[in-house]
Design a protein around this ligand. Structure first.
Ligand SMILES: Cc1cc2nc3c(=O)[nH]c(=O)nc-3n(C[C@H](O)[C@H](O)[C@H](O)COP(=O)(O)O)c2cc1C
Length: 365
């Protein structure tokens, strides 16, 4: 009943400015107005990544809950994990509005938010208040736009949230903070990861548990730069790699006017490139580092394709804008059915089964 009501509300949301619609969605979730997910999950959906047991591999991607307002609603909708952020040490208002655009025909979104968020203190207070509820809640950390020492902002993020984050996602791939993606260059990555990993070592030496560190990368990395970047991620023992953030490319869109907006493109047109990149990284790491597959998942079939291309966990955002929250349960039902039909005891056994095929496809194809 509730989910039917929310389905009815979607056309109304589409009549609104996208950012306003998003604010209303978050407010509805804060009030508990969302379709409840199936509990418990089919055991075939359980996956273990970096020592964490995920009840199912489906999550909502960063940027949906920037200020940690609704992690429990995300879990309650049936997600196996939630990820809040990106959070920066100081509050930031981001770029001038409007700064989110729907490309409806293409089932895509362009955003140039620029890390608008209320800062560490506000998110920390919310996460402390819900800490006893458990569940896997990752914190996606970033740097303030005018930080003079960007790696220091990531270290502050790790130290600030260490007691409330189940894992960290180090976001060096937003296209909307000028220069942020330069942190993906091998030398910059070395410095950043040395400092972030050292901060984690200090936490562990102080008696805290190990918290996995995921590095989230852009889909716009050139073919020849993939291997050196992966080499640095392996060398620094990143626990997982999230592939990918939004793209600056404008391939596969028909709304060429909408496509002129500056910012990161997400949704269906991103699916091919982010999946081809995911498969390349899966093979480049010798299948040794678990991957979070993100980009253009908007159906049960695209979710399963991400897993077969190399993902152990998956996240989506734009697909939810167009399909609604019911998509999460539809994906889970499909994954459980596929595992059953193929005789797999866990969906993780499907990871990378078609990586070679995906990696052979051109990135821009
Ligand atoms: C409105 C919007 C805001 C986003 N904000 C963030 C963010 O703060 N941090 C981040 O790592 N990714 C952010 N993303 C990127 C998503 O997490 C995801 O990587 C990307 O949208 C591709 O997935 P999708 O095609 O399923 O949307 C944002 C995406 C959108 C559409």
């Amino acid at each position: 009943m509730l989910s039917q009501l929310l389905e009815l509300a979607r056309p109304a949301l589409f009549a609104l400015d996208p950012e306003r619609a998003h604010t209303l969605t978050i407010q509805a979730l804060e009030k508990g107005l969302y379709p409840r997910g199936q509990q418990p999950d089919d055991p075939r959906l359980g996956v273990t990544v970096a020592g964490l047991r995920f009840p199912n591999p489906v999550g909502i991607a960063a940027g949906f809950d920037k200020d940690a307002r609704v992690p429990d609603a995300i879990l309650g909708m049936g997600c196996g994990f939630a990820e809040i952020g990106t959070v920066t040490p100081l509050p930031q208002s981001g770029n001038p509005k409007p700064r989110i655009f729907r490309l409806i025909r293409d089932r895509a979104v362009i955003n140039r938010l620029g890390f608008n968020n209320e800062g560490h203190v506000a998110a920390l207070q919310r996460l402390l208040a819900r800490k006893s509820r458990g569940g896997i809640v990752g914190v996606n950390i970033g740097a303030n736009k005018d930080a003079t020492d960007r790696p220091a902002d990531y270290v502050t993020g790790l130290d600030t949230f260490y007691d409330v984050a189940t894992y960290f996602a180090v976001n060096i791939s937003s296209p909307n903070t000028p220069g942020l993606r330069d942190l993906q260059a091998p030398a910059a990555l070395d410095e950043l990861l040395s400092r972030v990993m050292a901060a984690r070592e200090r936490q562990i030496a102080g008696g805290r548990p190990n918290r996995p560190i995921v590095v989230k990368i852009a889909p716009d990395i050139a073919e020849e730069d993939i291997a050196p970047i992966v080499e640095r991620l392996v060398a620094h023992k990143a626990d997982a790699i999230a592939v990918s953030n939004t793209t600056l490319a404008r391939n596969r869109i028909t709304d060429t006017d909408g496509g002129k907006e500056i910012g990161g493109l997400s949704g269906r047109p991103l699916f091919h490139r982010s999946t081809a990149m995911l498969a390349r990284i899966h093979l480049a790491t010798n299948k040794a580092i678990p991957l979070i597959g993100i980009g253009g998942i908007d159906s049960p079939e695209t979710a399963f394709a991400k897993i077969e291309a190399g993902a152990t966990l998956i996240q989506l955002y734009t697909g939810l804008v167009y399909e609604g929250g019911g998509l999460i349960e539809r994906i889970k039902a499909h994954l459980a059915g596929a595992a059953r039909a193929k005789g797999l005891s866990s969906i993780a056994e499907a990871t990378g089964r078609r990586a070679e095929e995906w990696a052979a496809r051109p990135l821009d194809g």
